[in-house]
Design a protein around this ligand. Structure first.
Ligand code: ASP
Length: 692
């Protein structure tokens, strides 16, 4: 069905009426009925109708034959008059020259029925020029032009004239997005070809906020979004140049229809028409890239699509992009060198910033102890330290349920803020929903003290004289400083953060939002390494499904770091460290990688004896074990989250701002409305049945 809004110049009282009229001429497939084609007069006029000139015949009969007009225009659209100029090049056009321009119509400014100004916006939405439509000059083309909707695409033919009353910057006002605003000349309309319509009912101005089901209009109305996509494409091109041209990496595409293997994340299955058989979408190209290492390709890279059916957290996408690479006869240092070089080049060429030659390194344990996070934002300071050895026993017994807890502290300093104001900020924060997870912490609530010389022991009386003195000294406390203390179970770190680490971030954010601290600036990169090879299994990540209570921290192909860690595999696997490195910037994990286990027997032994995976699950990896056993050299690699990389470079809060068609927080694509329900027919084709 042709939507009613496509009926040019039709003045009908309701969309329903227009539908009735169309259906008279169109069959069910939306094709004109033979009867309509027999409307000889209509088509004999088509040459006049599809391009409007001063001589165009505009009889009332046309208005009565909307389908005819539509189809005639549409026939004209197959050969758009070629543009003679880009709008931005009009500076070079001669006065009096006849030009053809392509673009979208801006808001019409009608001085009278006979005279109007309409800005023409270039096809990249970045250029603008004024079109003058004058009845005297353009004849019937003017009368037609008046009916065209703002935002419709057109090809305009007109004459370049000096613009007399040019008000500088006037064009800039609408979306503030036109880099090239032609101010000195204007185009006097002679002829134009309408190329499509735009719905009259869609409001479209600089303040319109479009819903995500109108992603095309979000993109069209936001310079920022389009710029982000352009930026992303440039970063991709630099990555290809650096890796592909400069460093001899081979770009290889790996399959998207892969196989289900217990690599670590939950997968998406793709059922096939063969009963009981399914592909899985790759959570990463990991197993294929290791295969390439065994295939004699020394350096591989790819900008790869990956799929993970994970619980959707704020900024997670079920489908995302990685810059993925792998190198044979190589180890962690080679990979880290390569990434440092690439990132330095990206920051220099795209952001004009010089990064250090080498990024600092920090072990996982140090990051967790000092920042309560395995992806610390070291710009914030506020280092955490352990103070349980300083505290009186009776205080320790009150601050949490554990008999011998670890107790951590950090200090927040707000420059030039008196204790009373600091106390207000803290109390507002503690009352806010953001503080809820800390108040409900099963390890006990956080303790707060604001240093205030007007109070006994400067506000630290709860700690007792001795501990208060030590704290003041160790933390270098000044009036107005806040200290936060938090108990936790005294056990080795696991997972990505501690509660006090989360509290550090939340409090900093609240202080910035309240205007007490500046927004942190710059980029602080660091490598986190010496992760535990295995972590305790949890309910959220499927892991490898082993029964040892352990899952691989990175993935099951990661090698133990040293000879000592290899020995620990047999005696105390939870204590073994991995040759795994994450690259972190400003509290964001940009990517991670590892040296791999390249010996099949070791890989199989770890799966069987350490993770205690079932034999049938190990068989899912038989292809990889066979590949490794066929003389696979030592190898190492990494993947950077490409969406995240772009978001970080552009300072965007969300990866959605740098993805053309992102999924919502619920994993839905609102534009195409996916996922959609599986039909009965599809269920049958795939031999599937829905459970009640
Ligand atoms: N495949 C890994 C991931 O997706 C990256 C790597 O180890 O190279 O995190």
């Amino acid at each position: 069905m042709i939507p009613s809004c496509y009926l040019r110049g039709l003045r009908l009282s309701s969309p329903w009426r227009s539908r009735v009229r169309i259906s008279a001429n169109v069959n069910r497939q939306g094709m004109p009925r033979p009867a309509a084609i027999r409307h000889a007069p209509l088509f004999s006029r088509s040459a006049n109708i599809r391009t409007y000139t001063s001589e165009s015949v505009l009889s009332p009969v046309d208005e009565e034959d909307p389908l005819g007009i539509l189809l005639s225009e549409y026939k004209g659209n197959s050969q758009i008059p070629p543009a003679t100029h880009e709008i931005k090049d009009l500076q070079n056009a001669e006065l009096g020259e006849r030009v053809v321009l392509h673009g979208y119509l801006g808001n019409r400014h009608e001085l009278s029925k006979k005279f109007s100004f309409v800005p023409l916006i270039g096809k990249d939405l970045n250029q603008i020029v004024q079109v003058v439509s004058d009845r005297e000059y353009a004849g019937n083309a003017h009368s037609r032009f008046r009916l065209e909707q703002t935002n419709s695409p057109v090809a305009i033919e007109g004459v370049v004239k000096k613009r007399k009353s040019a008000k500088k910057g006037r064009h800039q006002s609408k979306f503030k997005r036109h880099e090239f605003a032609i101010e000195d000349v204007e185009i006097w309309l002679k002829k134009y070809t309408p190329l499509n319509t735009f719905p009259k009912t869609t409001q479209f101005d600089k303040d319109t906020v479009f819903h995500s089901h109108q992603r095309h209009l979000q993109l069209r109305s936001s310079r920022e979004l389009l710029d982000a996509l352009k930026f992303r494409a440039k970063v991709g091109a630099i990555c290809r140049d650096e890796l592909g041209n400069k460093q001899d990496f081979l770009e290889v595409e790996t399959p998207l229809l892969f196989k289900s293997t217990p690599e670590g994340a939950r997968e998406f299955l793709v059922p096939t028409r063969t009963k009981g058989l399914a592909y899985a979408l790759p959570q990463s190209p990991q197993q294929y890239k290791q295969t390439l290492m065994a295939s004699g390709i020394p350096k591989y890279y790819q900008i790869a699509k990956c799929f993970r059916d994970e619980d959707l957290r704020a900024d997670r996408q079920p489908e995302f992009t990685q810059l993925d690479l792998e190198m044979s006869f190589a180890g962690a240092e080679d990979v880290m060198d390569c990434i440092e070089g690439l990132i330095r080049r990206l920051w220099s060429e795209m952001l004009s910033q010089t990064l250090p030659l080498k990024f600092p390194r920090m072990t996982y344990n140090e990051a967790m102890a000092k920042y309560g996070s395995d992806k610390p934002d070291i710009r914030l300071g506020m280092e955490i330290s352990r103070i349980d050895h300083l505290l009186p026993a009776d205080l320790i017994s009150k601050i949490g349920p554990h008999a011998f807890p670890a107790v951590d502290v950090f200090k927040l300093r707000l420059e030039d803020t008196p204790p009373s104001k600091v106390s207000r900020l803290i109390s507002n924060f503690m009352k806010s929903p953001e503080a809820r997870p800390f108040i409900e912490n099963p390890d006990g609530q956080p303790g707060v003290a604001v240093i205030d010389s007007s109070k006994p022991l400067r506000g630290l009386q709860i700690f007792g004289f001795e501990a208060a003195e030590r704290l003041e000294e160790d933390l270098g406390l000044e009036d107005g400083d806040v200290i936060m203390i938090q108990a936790r179970k005294d056990e080795p770190f696991s997972g990505g953060s501690t509660k006090i680490g989360q509290l550090r971030l939340a409090l900093h954010k609240a202080a910035v939002a309240a205007g007490y601290l500046p927004q942190p600036e710059g980029f602080k990169f660091l490598w986190i390494n010496d992760f535990p090879l295995f972590s305790p299994t949890n309910d959220t990540d499927p892991g490898q499904g082993g029964t040892a209570g352990l899952a691989s921290t990175h993935h099951p192909f990661t090698a133990p770091k040293t000879a000592e860690d290899v020995d620990l595999l047999a005696t105390d696997p939870a204590a073994a460290r991995a040759d795994h490195y994450d690259i972190v910037v400003n509290g964001v994990e940009l990517g991670g990688g590892s040296r791999r286990i390249h010996r099949a027997e070791v890989q199989e032994w770890i799966m069987r004896e350490v993770l205690k995976m079932k034999p049938e699950r190990i068989e899912d990896f038989r292809h990889l074990l066979d590949i490794l056993s066929a003389g696979c050299p030592p190898h190492a690699g990494i993947a950077l989250g490409f969406d995240r990389l772009i978001a970080v470079m552009l300072g965007k809060e969300s990866v959605r701002d740098v993805i053309a068609f992102p999924k919502s927080g619920k994993g839905e694509d609102m534009l195409v409305k996916s996922p959609n329900e599986v039909t009965k027919e599809q269920l049958e084709v795939y031999h599937l049945q829905l459970k009640d």
